[in-house]
Design a protein around this ligand. Structure first.
Ligand code: AMP
Length: 401
């Protein structure tokens, strides 16, 4: 597989770069509530500005569906980006057109401008060639630094790569390097933790992972469907009976490649789907008919913690239980702490991704100690599925043309 080119700080003095970022951070009441994505982007791009690059930033923000809509203005991101960079950031209130192009041409060395939401134009999500031509007027070099948008072939992530010399940005390069190391060439034994609500949303992930890692820990609501397939009672638990054949298929694939599937050995069953609902902890044959499994139990935590202790790499997506509600966050938090400690001790490389997973790691206070926490949700999952992400394919193609 051919490689893509990575933008190098030393090459950029005086160059006009058009940089695709993912600044789609959560905003509540007009204020950014979690600036992680913006800060990670800023940290990578700052050295390019310090070298004298002239940078125009493109990003999507929410889903305005191809129409200008003030509810989806990217303006709330502007002050947070400026603060993260420690410089002022200009603003163009459209990402195409004469005014934006002129403003990009007028940037002095080391200056940066943010353009209004690219999704205000239908050409963006349609990967429209004509719209990409307009975007390409904003720079002489294209840089894609939006790994978390790389599973979409849009004009600002795909079509534009055929119009300008195209490079991966610092955060994109960092994400890909970390994920390749974890999935394609992991230190072994490597274990994946796949949790979350449903088997059906992660079938492709499970099928791909059982061929790549030495063990897969299945947790969360997904584990209920595995337990049902194994003949255990699961009461009123969230489960997908129609996915039982898929579970058998995944088990067969795992057996063929010598990958162990690890399920909880005890479960926390609640009589209500509510915080602090009455609950009991039992082995796998003890879930009452009128209860639902909302978490793995303490014996499971011990078993899985031992697996972590005997592993060199862990790849984590999805919570082990209904972690938004106490006390059903116990297994997720306890295991996140175990993984964080082993990482700190230097025996484990820990890689996590996906919105819920990162939120759970943050609740556990474990995110900072993980080796790598991806900023991506959908793109991270598609990577785990083994798919080539279209925006990365486009960068690779651009590098050989
Ligand atoms: P996902 O988006 O597939 O990663 O699923 C995350 C969601 O799964 C979170 O909102 C969890 O609360 C939920 N979840 C995890 N385990 C369970 C469970 N045993 N029962 C119901 N919901 C669960």
């Amino acid at each position: 597989m051919s490689e893509f080119r990575t933008i190098n700080a030393a090459d950029v003095a005086g160059q006009r770069l058009v940089v695709r970022a993912d600044l789609n951070a959560p905003v509540q009441g007009g204020k950014v509530s979690d600036a992680t994505r913006i800060q990670r982007f800023a940290a990578g791009i700052k050295p390019l500005l310090d070298e004298g690059a002239r940078i125009t930033v493109l990003s999507h923000f929410g889903r305005p569906k191809g129409e200008r809509n003030k509810d989806f203005t990217i303006a709330p991101i502007l002050p947070v980006l400026a603060e993260a960079l420690g410089v002022s950031v200009r603003f163009a209130d459209d990402c195409i057109g004469a005014a934006a192009v002129l403003a990009s041409e007028n940037l002095a060395n080391g200056e940066i401008m943010l353009c209004e939401n690219v999704r205000f134009h239908p050409g963006e999500e349609a990967n429209d060639a004509g719209f990409a031509v307009e975007l390409a007027k904003l720079g002489d070099i294209y840089v894609n630094d939006a790994f978390s948008a790389a599973h979409r072939a849009h004009a600002s992530t795909a079509a534009i790569t055929t119009l300008l010399p195209a490079f991966a940005g610092p955060l994109m390069a960092e994400e890909i390097t970390a994920l390749i190391a974890a999935l394609e060439d992991p230190k072994r034994p490597a274990v994946a933790v796949v949790g979350g609500a449903k088997v059906s949303s992660k079938i492709a992930v499970l099928k791909n992972l059982v061929g790549k890692v030495d063990a897969v820990v299945v947790g969360g609501g997904m584990a209920n469907t595995f337990m049902l397939a194994d003949g255990h009672p699961i009461g009123k638990s969230l489960c997908e009976a129609d996915q039982v054949p898929t579970v058998h298929e995944i088990r067969e694939l795992a057996a063929k490649s010598g990958c162990k599937i690890i399920l909880p050995v005890d479960v926390v069953c609640a009589f209500d789907f509510a915080p602090n609902a009455k609950n009991i902890t039992t082995d796998l044959d003890g879930c009452p008919e009128d209860a639902m499994i909302l978490d793995a139990g303490p014996k499971s935590v011990k078993v899985i913690a031992d697996v972590f202790a005997n592993s060199k790499t862990i790849l984590w997506n999805g919570p082990m239980g209904a972690f938004e509600m106490e006390p059903f966050d116990m297994a997720t938090i306890a295991l996140a702490k175990v993984a964080a400690k082993l990482t700190k001790d230097g025996t484990l490389a820990s890689i996590a991704g996906g919105g819920d997973t990162v939120a759970a790691l943050n609740v556990a206070g474990a995110a900072d100690d993980f080796t790598y926490v991806s900023t991506a949700g959908g793109a991270f999952l598609e990577w785990l599925e083994g798919k080539e992400l279209p925006a990365i394919a486009a960068l690779r193609l651009a590098a050989v043309n």
